[in-house]
Design a protein around this ligand. Structure first.
Ligand code: PEP
Length: 230
């Protein structure tokens, strides 16, 4: 299983270092085949050492340059960061990242040989229209994306389940993952949306779920470690 922690705009440089020290202790006995990713805020990127991969939640598709407020490859290379989240619904919505922009970013970081966790997900009104509408919406989020790229991991995150405490049901996750797995040639597929210690066993047992992308329940090292060790 893959366990990925997305801190979003939470944690400082100091609290991230404390978190990583604490998490490392707690997961010392994790299964070797389980992989842990941590996506701290950009200000907390650093050269941490341990049995986990540090990724960036975002970056501008450039080596460096006049892109106020953004970070580029120079800033990532300083800490040997080679993993990025692309297409998260919060960036699509709040930062108005269009599919075209998301695809440009994907192409750039693919060219740099980054590992890419590529996020897709539908809003509630689409889910309410039924399964075919959901799949049409999700498949459109692969426009311009080279899904054959060997270092891509897809994260299916229904927007209505993110940060709401309401996870998708086993049946919703199961049917969506089954269809997505076919569309993405069996690439690793994570589920995201209110995954937490209380539901991790149920979610990880679903066919086609290769891991979880976790927001709220990853912010506390104890809670995230419980998920990893479950
Ligand atoms: C996310 O935003 O990637 C996420 C899954 O958040 P949460 O776990 O809080 O729903």
């Amino acid at each position: 299983m893959i366990y990925a922690a997305n801190f979003k705009t939470n944690h400082t440089r100091k609290s991230t270092a404390e978190y990583i020290a604490s998490l490392s202790d707690k997961i010392a006995t994790k299964n070797d085949e389980d992989k842990v990713y941590i996506f701290p805020p950009a200000t907390a990127l650093d050269s941490y050492v341990g049995d986990f991969t540090i990724g960036t939640q975002n970056a501008y598709p450039a080596q460096n340059g006049a892109f106020t407020g953004e970070i580029g490859l120079d800033q990532l290379e300083e800490f040997d960061i080679q993993t990025i989240l692309i297409g998260h619904s919060e960036r699509r919505e709040h930062m108005a990242e269009s599919q075209e922009k998301v695809a440009q970013k994907f192409a750039f970081f693919k060219e740099q040989n980054f590992e890419i966790i590529y996020c897709i997900g539908e809003p509630l009104h689409v889910r309410e229209e039924g399964f075919d509408a959901v799949m049409d919406y999700l498949l459109a989020q692969f426009d311009g994306i080279d899904i054959s790229y060997e270092k891509v991991i897809v994260a299916y995150e229904p927007i209505w389940a993110i940060g709401t405490g309401r996870s998708a049901t086993v049946e919703e996750i199961s049917s969506t993952h089954l269809a997505l797995k076919k569309a993405i040639n069996n690439k690793p597929l994570l589920y995201g949306g209110s995954a937490k210690p209380a539901n991790i066993k149920e979610i990880s047992a679903i066919d086609g779920v290769d891991g979880v992308l976790v927001g709220s329940a990853s912010l506390d090292a104890e809670s995230f470690s419980q998920m990893i060790l479950s």
